[in-house]
Every structure is written in structure tokens, then in C-alpha cells.
Design a protein around this ligand. Sequence first.
Ligand SMILES: NC(=O)c1ccc[n+]([C@@H]2O[C@H](COP(=O)([O-])OP(=O)(O)OC[C@H]3O[C@@H](n4cnc5c(N)ncnc54)[C@H](OP(=O)(O)O)[C@@H]3O)[C@@H](O)[C@H]2O)c1
Length: 266
Amino acid sequence: MSTVLILGGTGEARDLAALLAAVDRQPHGVPVPPAALERREVAELRVVSSLAGRVARPRLPVGEVRIGGFGGPERMASWLRAEGVGCVVDATHPFAERISASAALATAAAGIPLLRLQRPGWEQDLDDVWHWVDSLPEAASLLPELGRRVFLTTGRQGLRAFTAVDDAHFLIRCVDPPEPADLPADHELLLARGPYTVEGELALIDRHRLDVIVTKDSGGRLTAAKLDAARTRRLPVIVVRRPGRPQLPEVATATDAAAWVRARLR
Ligand SMILES: NC(=O)c1ccc[n+]([C@@H]2O[C@H](COP(=O)([O-])OP(=O)(O)OC[C@H]3O[C@@H](n4cnc5c(N)ncnc54)[C@H](OP(=O)(O)O)[C@@H]3O)[C@@H](O)[C@H]2O)c1
């Protein structure tokens, strides 16, 4: 039995787990679709998805799931050896830096191939008023020049950078509640999980009289509606650039990652 580890927490990771598990879910007596025939070569595939365990009610991928940190790269390497993992796909979020660094070190130590599955970043249109920054503190420093009613969509982590911004109201949207100490004084919390629609984002902008948006360059369609809405309302958007990553073979789609896994484990 070949084992693949998917480091997850993203839609792409769930798509990959579903693609690799598809052959196992084919009901008896139902003709196997041609694409699945190819997967027969690795029908004896064990797919393990790994989640950090940060979100209270995570969207779970199909198949086997382990939850929680590994305890650093050395322990991840031991885990990979103990579980007989044949290859690893790092499909974590573009801003999850530590786990990617850990995966690069652990797979190198264990001599296991590693692929990065990462969705492309967002692309700016001519009509967009985007201000690129390298970090959340830089975004916070730029805010007073751009607006007073802020739609903050950078997630629960790193919010503390905005506590120093006076004279601004924040609508903060995240999946789970942040630590109270991380919140700016004048804020409203909106607990929600994408996907979002342009109509919904426009309604939020209008109802809360928002005049600037802060986002990470997460990429993907699930959370892109705020950018379309900002373009429609001509709002400035502060976009935090992606952090640097270890140099690795990389693909942008779950389909390409599944092909890589099949080629590794054939
Ligand atoms: N950062 C974001 O903006 C963002 C947005 C959406 C989803 N996510 C997802 O949320 C998770 C945590 O993100 P983060 O930014 O906190 O990560 P991070 O800073 O890179 O990781 C911090 C620690 O959490 C553990 N960890 C992270 N992802 C893991 C995974 N998939 N499986 C097992 N352990 C994991 C590792 O602990 P040990 O050192 O103990 O192994 C890692 O050192 C990731 O899986 C990511 O895909 C992140």
C-alpha cells in the first residue's frame, strides 16, 4: 500500500484528496469512468490529509484525516518514516509559512519527494486601486492615508498589528473568533466562511459604509468577490504580498497534483 500525505487546510487540498480517493468510492456495479481507470494503477493508495486543528469546525476532506501539529520538522520526518509515506503534497494556504518550511526540511531528511500545490495569486485589473505591502504591520501603517471605515479580511492571525490604528472603524471578518486582546478598539466582528458573492460583498460595503479593504493575496475564487465589489465601488484595497517559499516543484491545480502523485507512486 502506497501512502500520500496531503498537508491541507485549503479547498485545493480537499479537491486533491477527493480526486485521489475517487476510485475507492466507485459503487459496486457502476461503470468506472475513463479518468478513474488510470487511477487503478494506484488503487491501493492510502491518502492521509493533515490539518492544523486551528478551526473549530473545519471542512473535512474525504478519506483519512489527522489533526494537529507534528511538533516541528524532525518529528514530521519521524512520522513520515513511521507511516511509510511515499510522497507529500504541501497544499497549505499561501500564507502558512511555518508548515511549508517544516515540510521542506522533513521530506529532505526522510528522502521523500515533495510537491507544492498552490493556487495563483490574484491579478490586478486596470480599474483596481490596489496598494501592495509586504506585511500586516505595513498594511496598518498605510491605512490612515486610505480610509476610516475598514473591511479587514486578513483572518484571525496577525490582527494585533491593527490595534495601533486610531481613528478608524473596523469590520473584521473571520471564521472563528479572534483573541479579544488582538482586536482594535473600534470594531465589529463578522464570523463567516466563504464562498462570498459580489452582491453580498456590495451589500456589506454599503451597509457598513466601508471605504477601504485589507486582504492577503490568498488567490482563488472563494474569497475574490470582495475585489470585484471594491472595483465596482472604486474602493482602495491594501493587498499583502505572499511570503517567500522554499524552492520546490510546484503546480496550481489539484488535477496536476494528482498526476504528480500517480507518477511518484506508480
Ligand atoms: N495562514 C492563513 O492565512 C491561512 C488561511 C486559511 C487556511 N489556513 C490553513 O490553516 C492551517 C494553519 O495555518 P497557519 O498559517 O497557522 O500555519 P503555519 O503558521 O505555517 O503553521 C504553524 C504550525 O501549525 C502546524 N500546522 C500548520 N498547518 C498544518 C497542517 N496542515 N497539518 C499539521 N500541522 C499544521 C505546524 O505545527 P508543528 O510545527 O507542530 O508541526 C506549524 O508549524 C494551515 O493548514 C493552512 O493551510 C491558513
